[in-house]
Ligand binder design. Structure first.
Ligand SMILES: C=CC1=C(C)c2cc3[nH]c(cc4nc(cc5[nH]c(cc1n2)c(C)c5CCC(=O)O)C(CCC(=O)O)=C4C)c(C)c3C=C
Ligand SMILES: [Fe+2]
Ligand SMILES: [Fe+2]
Length: 340
């Protein structure tokens, strides 16, 4: 019997406490690859003021009347191309990462996972962790580079959830790890492993990051600079003088100017300029998802080959590779220090 149980009167609700938890959070994904599910997901995602920084009075009518009536059908067709028997790749890989961290960190830490949009939600998983006795929780936004549209909105959602709790856990947030030596080492190792396994030798390695409106850079978002720094450190660490590294930004959304150069334009230009063998790595994504598996591995390949390229490879994200899990364990153990 614990000290707390001895002190409790018989009618007192059970008290579980003293536990330590880790919550991995990634962006979110629909529950199914159909139009209705994608519409629900996009409605939540694109209503986040951190993601679309246009006043509601102007944006909501456009979102409801135009975007949610056209994009979900198109996006659902894209999701169908990459969906697996276990579900959406992003959710499946994030769950596998959490399971692997549970095995590596042991029973003294409870490892869980959530999605910022859709399910499993942050409020639901935080509640479950509290009920299981987690009084201290490391929040791990699974984004190497910080942006308001990704990292910050995860922290906002946790804050909203804590606001409604009588008994709150203590929280620590894992910082962005774009330039962390453990991250660069993992990327360099895993990228080299994948390049060496190809049956051709690429002339160019495109490092393609998810884009953002260019305006966010001028407003002070560090995302662009952190992407550039990851690229520079990765190129230095890989030390392949015969390989030309090019940094680009993908997944343009809406009419505003986005960060450049754009990945699709660059694939066209490289092919037109005579590059025959090209590989793409996506060091801004901790897990493969629609944007890597469909937009780059399928659409990107078509763009490059139709433009005159001959060999194309889209490399996997760190996912549950040995290098990726070693890195995640290092980062989490650092954040957990002093807690267990
Ligand atoms: C890795 C970092 C990401 C940033 C930065 C980011 C910014 C951003 N995204 C949109 C719009 C869309 N993104 C979509 C999918 C998507 N985005 C990320 C990551 C970042 N987004 C991931 C991991 C995914 C994949 C989700 C999955 O289910 O696999 C989509 C939905 C798909 C589609 O319809 O094309 C949209 C829309 C904006 C506007 C934005 C920056 C402000
Ligand atoms: Fe996105
Ligand atoms: Fe920059």
């Amino acid at each position: 019997m614990t000290w707390r149980e001895q002190q409790l009167p018989p009618e007192h609700p059970p008290v579980r406490s003293g536990g330590v938890g880790v919550l991995l959070v990634n962006l979110g994904t629909p529950d199914a690859p159909d139009t209705a599910s994608v519409k629900r997901y996009l409605g939540e995602f694109l209503s986040d003021k951190r993601v679309v920084e246009i006043p509601d009075l102007i944006w909501q009518p456009i979102l409801r009347a135009v975007i949610l009536n056209t994009r979900p059908k198109k996006s659902a067709a894209a999701y169908q191309k990459v969906w697996t028997a276990e579900g959406s790749p992003l959710a499946v890989i994030t769950r596998q990462q959490a399971e692997a961290m549970q095995a590596r960190l042991g029973e003294r830490v409870r490892v869980d996972w959530a999605m910022r949009y859709g399910t499993p939600s942050i409020p639901e998983r935080l509640q479950v962790m509290m009920e299981a006795g987690c009084e201290r929780i490391v929040l791990a936004p699974m984004y190497p580079q910080y942006s308001g549209a990704t990292t910050a909105t995860v922290v906002d959602k946790v804050g909203d959830t804590l606001r409604a709790m009588r008994w709150q856990p203590a929280m620590r947030t894992m910082p962005p790890y774009h330039d962390d030596p453990a991250h660069i080492e993992a990327l360099a190792k895993d990228t080299a492993r994948q390049l060496d396994a190809l049956d051709f030798e690429p002339e160019v390695l495109l490092l393609s990051y998810h884009g953002m409106p260019e305006r966010t850079l001028h407003l002070g978002d560090p995302y662009h600079c952190q992407c550039q720094k990851t690229s520079r450190l990765l190129e230095e660490a890989m030390a392949r003088p015969g390989l030309r590294f090019v940094t680009t930004f993908q997944s343009r959304f809406g009419p505003a100017k986005w960060l450049e150069p754009a990945t699709d334009n660059t694939l066209q230009k490289e092919a037109a300029a005579g590059t025959k063998r090209l590989a793409v790595a996506m060091p801004g994504f901790s897990a493969d998802c629609l944007e890597t598996l469909e937009e780059i591995a399928i659409e990107g390949r078509e763009t490059f080959i139709e433009g005159g390229g001959e060999e194309f490879a889209a490399l996997s994200c760190l996912n549950t590779s040995d290098a990726g899990l070693d890195m995640l364990e290092t980062l989490l153990r650092r954040e957990l220090s002093g807690w267990c």
